[in-house]
Ligand binder design. Structure first.
Ligand SMILES: C[S@@+](CC[C@H](N)C(=O)[O-])C[C@H]1O[C@@H](n2cnc3c(N)ncnc32)[C@H](O)[C@@H]1O
Length: 243
């Protein structure tokens, strides 16, 4: 029998620090959704998009991601939950073409476009005037130490403050409808689940040839989180109106 490959996302509901309660609030902040077209750029397995469609069955949802595992998981979940209005596509978001959407979602996917400013610009041309953008992006809760920057392999200006993130959105042609930030419980749950995908795989596959490599990855991740960015790196959810 072929040994099972590791899937570090197994225990994550969302690939972002987000609880069910947060998801509920964020989806509600996108109303009205009746008959609207919602596009999730960098959707992963599209859990938030599926919740939008569960909330409003007349909405049409498109999810785009270049990760085959994510799209396959999302399609299976949509089918299981009877969400026939979900269309998940395996593609690069930067070249995927569609008419402007009523609502766009981009959570944790700014690197696809280069950075946050480029993401805001790209989304602006992909949303109808008066439409909405739900942006999930990182910021520094506290100025990072050199050690954190090294551990994350990040530049000091890679992220700004929360205020700077909102300013960036204003300057790119949006108005802020709502702002939320992931709390420490959401972060700890997210990081724990990320690690658990690997830890449990290690328990189930002690003789797998990749155990040393997988253990090193999870050890490094846990150290970077607990000795590094925990409490420094923030994650914000901006619900924006596209002017
Ligand atoms: C941190 S995950 C967030 C996933 C999802 N938005 C969520 O919150 O669960 C970032 C996602 O962006 C996707 N991504 C990155 N660059 C991309 C690109 N150029 N085209 C499509 N997807 C991309 C990755 O495959 C990944 O699924």
């Amino acid at each position: 029998m072929t040994p099972a490959p590791v899937n570090g996302h197994t225990f994550l509901d969302f690939n972002a620090p987000m609880t069910d309660a947060r998801a509920y609030d964020l989806v509600n902040g996108l109303r009205p959704l009746e008959g609207r077209t919602v596009v999730d750029f960098g959707c992963g397995w599209a859990e938030l998009l599926l919740r939008v469609l569960e909330t409003e069955p007349t909405a049409r949802g498109f999810g785009v991601d270049s990760d085959e595992l994510g799209i396959t998981r999302g399609r299976a979940n949509a089918e299981k939950r009877g969400l026939t209005t979900a269309r998940l596509e395996l593609a690069d978001v930067t070249t995927w073409e569609a008419p402007p959407a009523d609502v766009a979602i981009s959570i944790g996917a700014s690197h696809a476009w280069g950075d946050t400013r480029k993401t805001l610009e790209a989304m602006h041309s992909r949303i109808k005037p008066g439409g909405k953008l739900l942006l999930g992006d990182a910021f520094w809760e506290k100025p990072p130490t050199d050690d954190i920057l090294t551990r994350l392999d990040a530049k000091p200006d890679e992220f700004g403050t929360l205020a700077a993130l909102v300013d960036l959105a204003m300057a790119a042609g949006y108005r802020l409808l709502s702002l939320a930030t992931a709390n420490l419980d959401e972060w700890d749950s997210f990081e724990s689940r990320w690690c658990a995908g690997r830890e449990r795989w290690l328990l189930d596959n002690p003789d797998h040839p990749e155990t040393t490599e997988v253990r090193a990855v999870v050890d490094n991740h846990r150290d970077t989180w607990l000795h590094g960015y925990r409490g420094y790196l923030g994650f914000a959810y901006l619900t924006l109106a596209r002017v």
